[in-house]
Structure formats: C-alpha cells, structure tokens
Design a protein around this ligand. Structure first.
Ligand code: SAH
Length: 281
C-alpha cells in the first residue's frame, strides 16, 4: 500500500525521489541492501535510509543528489506510458469535483497507462475500489506494472473488456471515461452509476463535447458542467518574476454530469439546454 511515512527521515521500504545535478528525477523504493546505478555513480540505499528528507546525498563518485519524499503529481508525471496520460491539473480537479473519497467505488475506462487509475486508487483506498476497463491487454500489463510499483494492485480490478458490452458493476459512486467516443456508451454508463452518481469525462475537441452533450440530454443526465483547467507556471526568479516561455496550452475539456430519475417533466435549467434554446430564438 502506498502509505508515505510522515516522519522527517527516509525509512526502509519508503518510496523516494532522487533529484540529479541536472534536475532529473529518479523514483526508487528504499529496500535495504539495494542500489541505483547511474552514469554519475552508484547510490547505495543503506546510505539513504535514515537521512532526513530534503538532504543532499552523494553517489560513490561524489555526485550530489537531493533526497525527497515524492509528491503524487511527480509520481504521476513519471508514469511509464504508451498513451497520452492525464495531467495532475486535470486529475486534481476531477477527484474533488467527483467527490472521490476513501471508500468510494469507482469505474473508469480506458485504463491506458494507469495514471488516473493510480490517483483514483490512492483516494478510494482500502475501503473503496477501482474497476478499470480497457480493450488492449498491453495497456493493462503496463498499468499493472505502474500500480505494482506503488503497491496499489490490490485496490484495483483491471478488466480486459470493451465497455460497449456494458459494465459488470451496478450502483457505483463515480464513473470516469477517457476514450475517444464516450457518447456511444451513455446508456451503459447510466446502468452502471447509482442514481445521482458522478459521471466525468475528458475530451480533446469541442466536436466530441457537443456530441456528448446531446447524449447526456437524451439519457437524462443533469447538472452538466463543461470546463477546462488552465495552469500557467512562472519562472521562480525573485527579481524577474514572469511566466515561463512555454506552456501546455491544451490537454482536454472536462465534462461532468449526474444521472437523474425524473418522475415528472425534467426541469429545463439543469443541463444548459434552456440557454441553448434562448440563444436559438
Ligand atoms: N486515462 C488513461 C489514458 C487512457 S487512453 C491514463 O491516465 O493513463 C485511452 C484508452 O482507452 C486506451 O488504452 C484504449 O485502449 C481504451 N479504450 C478505447 N475504447 C475502449 C472501449 N470501448 N472499451 C474499453 N477501453 C477502451
């Protein structure tokens, strides 16, 4: 289980981040007797165990590294990948917006390299569970490796299945889709989510978002939100503080909605369709 110790010293079995002189990060688990070999020399784990986090440590050739306890964003960025993985800026908001907490039962598709799977598993924890679908076995093998590395395997069930055949779970708390054609599966999503549950999705183009909005409306989803998260980094130079030259300008649009059981006429103001009609007049 990924359960970082909160002590000030690195302990045996901890996941650690070593930052090289060129600012490259290496993620290792501090197994006693273990070592990490680089072209800058060997780092022996026994020399690192017991050192305060934030210390400088030396390879056997005298190269200096910084020993850190990794943050979740750093770990996710390091996910070994075959697909476009999701960015921490999007994942962070998704977790809060969809109310993912310790004990939540969550379904996602596709698994991809497992970056979102990792974050979901860390938040749902041992009381909850993540069911993750993908049609490509090689993706699930890679995702399993990434989950194993953090000791999260038991918190996730990987399913090799096309979600066009439906989900096996019912009444789940939250369901997230990261695949190109979510609008083809909204009836399946509705069958899987508990009424009023949390649906979320990420899509790269507005055309896909429009198609999804039609389907959400057809399937009686309400409280629809469409948004994108903008994040701009600054050069942290006190005397010439300004944005970095380059930025990731676009990752994806985030769409959220909740399946509603209407016993009477659906109210117009729950899904933005009312505004749409007003604009058309
Ligand atoms: N969120 C992932 C990336 C997902 S990439 C991450 O953070 O790493 C999209 C994945 O969806 C691909 O691996 C693809 O194989 C899978 N996929 C596409 N259509 C699917 C379907 N109908 N059923 C299940 N998985 C599907």
């Amino acid at each position: 289980m990924f359960n970082p110790n909160l002590s000030i010293n690195a302990q045996s079995g901890d996941l650690a981040q070593l930052v090289s002189p060129t600012n490259k990060s290496i993620f290792i688990r501090l197994i006693p007797g273990g070592k990490y070999e680089t072209h800058r020399g060997i780092l022996y784990f026994d020399d690192l165990i017991g050192k305060p986090w934030g210390s400088q440590v030396e390879s056997h050739t005298g190269q200096l590294y910084v020993l850190l306890q990794p943050g979740l964003a750093d770990l996710l960025q390091e996910t070994r990948r075959n697909t476009q993985i999701m960015y921490p800026k999007d994942i962070g908001f998704i977790l809060l917006k969809m109310g993912i907490i310790n004990g939540s039962i969550v379904v996602e598709a596709g698994t991809g390299s497992g970056a979102l799977t990792t974050a979901l598993a860390l938040f749902t924890g041992e009381k909850g569970h993540v069911y993750s679908y993908d049609i490509r076995q090689e993706m699930q093998i890679l995702a399993k490796k990434n989950l194993d590395r953090l000791g999260l395997t038991d918190l996730v069930t990987l399913k090799l299945k096309d979600i066009g055949e439906g989900f096996d779970e019912k009444n789940v708390d939250a369901l997230f889709l990261d695949l190109p054609n979510p609008y083809d599966y909204m009836d399946k999503v509705r069958e899987c989510l508990k009424p009023g549950g949390q649906f979320g999705c990420i899509l790269p183009t507005t055309n896909q978002v429009s198609r999804l909005l039609f389907e959400l409306h057809r399937e009686n989803f309400a409280f629809v939100d469409v948004c994108e998260i903008m994040l701009r980094y600054f050069k942290p130079a006190a005397t010439r503080l300004r944005p970095t030259d380059r930025m990731v300008a676009h990752t994806g649009y985030l769409i959220f909605a909740r399946p509603i059981i209407y016993t009477k006429q659906p109210p117009n103001n729950h899904d933005g369709q009312e505004d749409l009609r007003e604009e058309e007049v």
